[in-house]
Ligand binder design. Structure first.
Ligand code: ZN
Length: 230
């Protein structure tokens, strides 16, 4: 089968992570999550470590502070982590699902040519999960993750009373800082200013946005995504 790239796009809480996990479980596509790549970097690298990218320096401890206060991480720092992973996956002939990248114009400008070169334009699908700001705030302030693998549990009537992860049984916890109401509001502002313009860049690279109503049940959203990527 031809290897494929699926870019799931949407506001925080649109269900990108949840849908990417389901799609990945069904198709075996690799779920390339920037937040996980960033968290891995924080866990594995010393806070004093400095990444030198295109002549600029980025210290891990500075990036960690940005992360914890709801600011976007420095785009070159993020793109460097993502681009390395894309090259590795392409070499292994693996399909990829993105659930939080590209999240800046800079990221899109760097990643789109790389993806087109390694996967071919016709094999890249762009899916937009649409939800209202009210739903965004409600879902994010109730979001939990599992302690073991950090599976994201999207808030919904079906998951409201869960106390352990349905996949591995570990405890569900709240992400410190990231899902507090004030931080969420900040993330929404940042999304509007810095992530929304990404759509234009992706379209300029020849992709068409497939819109999916993200307020449906998880299973209906999944069905619509499958239709969109065929
Ligand atoms: Zn889990």
């Amino acid at each position: 089968m031809q290897k494929q790239v699926v870019i799931l796009f949407g506001q925080p809480g649109a269900g990108k992570g949840t849908q990417a996990e389901i799609l990945s479980g069904k198709t075996g596509y690799f779920h390339l999550e920037s937040s996980k790549a960033i968290e891995n970097c924080f866990q594995n690298e010393s806070p004093e470590k400095v990444f030198e990218i295109d002549g600029e320096k980025f210290q891990v401890s500075d990036e960690k502070i940005r992360w914890e206060t709801g600011l976007l991480n420095s785009p070159p720092f993020v793109v460097n982590l993502i681009a390395e992973k894309i090259k590795e996956l392409a070499k292994e002939n693996k399909s990829i699902i993105f659930s939080g990248s590209p999240r800046t114009v800079y990221e899109a400008e760097k990643e789109m040519p790389l993806l087109k070169e390694l996967y071919g334009l016709e094999n890249i699908k762009f899916v937009m999960l649409e939800i209202t700001p009210e739903v965004t705030i409600q879902r994010n302030s109730h979001r939990r993750i599992c302690e073991l693998v950090r599976h994201s549990i999207l808030f919904s009537p079906e998951t409201e009373n869960l106390s352990v992860c349905p996949l591995d049984g570990s405890d569900l916890i709240k992400r410190k800082g990231l899902d507090d109401v004030e931080v969420i509001k900040k993330r929404l502002e940042v999304f509007k200013a810095e992530t929304f313009p990404v759509i234009e860049i992706i379209e300029r690279h020849g992709l068409v946005a497939n819109k999916v109503n993200g307020e449906q049940t998880v299973s209906d959203v999944h069905k619509d995504i499958l239709k969109a990527i065929q």
